[in-house]
Design a protein. Structure first.
Length: 250
């Protein structure tokens, strides 16, 4: 097992989290990494905080965008700059277990995987685990993924020796991460799921009903406008997605 892991983190007004994020990555048991913090024109002190870490640890890098473009554009900027064999995604407010990189890399080597993801736990606004765990299947193909948005961005890792970096760049659409996983799978790749909880998805208190409504619109637009699925196919997948989404939050 080995190779440099390029960790891509979009940053926008994440100053409240960034110290914890960098410290968490530095505690990883796997040490061969670079952390690409892509600042998307933050108006808080994110860039200053990142700059301090850059001076302390040469593996931490600040990439300052000149124009705000959103999470997809920030991640794409990081992907373009990645020097590693592997690319992993980490959102600034989420949490990794200390052995996340090591265990996922071992898993990818064992499976010969180009694309891997892991189980995760929902956390509260302080990233304390709530006990609600999302378990992942051993493998996921395109057809299965359409009705099962189980891949959480902060758990994803790609092997750039096995997949072209242009394929993993994200489109400028709502739910750009899901659209990307579908694009990769549609191109013949299989996603391999490691059923170990190696991340916590921080969920700040906010209007759940509003989020659910937005999620419904986003997933429907992905089916119809991005994937170009027929109405019947969209409805079939939507029913499966809605059932699983509700079950995950029970």
């Amino acid at each position: 097992m080995g190779g440099l892991v390029s960790i891509v983190t979009p940053v926008y007004n994440a100053g409240v989290y960034i110290e914890e994020t960098v410290a968490m990555v530095r505690r990883q048991t796997y040490r061969e990494w670079e952390l690409l913090l892509v600042d998307d024109c933050s108006t808080d002190d994110s860039a200053e905080r990142i700059g301090k870490w850059c001076r302390e640890d040469g593996r931490v890098h600040l990439i300052a965008r000149e124009k705000n473009g959103g999470a997809a554009a920030a991640r794409n900027c990081g992907i373009s700059r990645a020097a590693g064999r592997y690319v992993a995604f980490l959102d600034a407010d989420d949490i990794w277990m200390e052995d996340k990189l090591e265990r996922e890399l071992n898993f990818m080597e064992e499976k010969g995987a180009a694309f891997a993801f892991t189980s995760y736990e929902f956390g509260d606004e302080e990233a304390r685990g709530t006990g609600k765990v999302v378990r992942v299947p051993g493998t996921l193909d395109y057809q299965e993924a359409l009705a099962r948005t189980v891949i959480f961005t902060t758990t994803v890792m790609f092997d750039l020796e096995k997949i072209d970096r242009e394929l993993i760049k994200m489109p400028d659409v709502p739910s750009e991460d899901t659209a990307t996983w579908w694009k990769v799978l549609r191109n013949g790749y299989t996603a391999y799921g490691l059923d170990e909880v190696l991340a916590i998805y921080r969920r700040p208190a906010r209007s759940l009903s509003s989020n659910k409504g937005k999620a419904i619109v986003r997933i429907w637009n992905l089916y119809r406008k991005v994937e170009g699925l027929s109405l019947a196919c969209s409805l079939r997948n939507f029913i499966g997605w809605a059932w699983r989404a509700a079950y995950r939050r029970m």
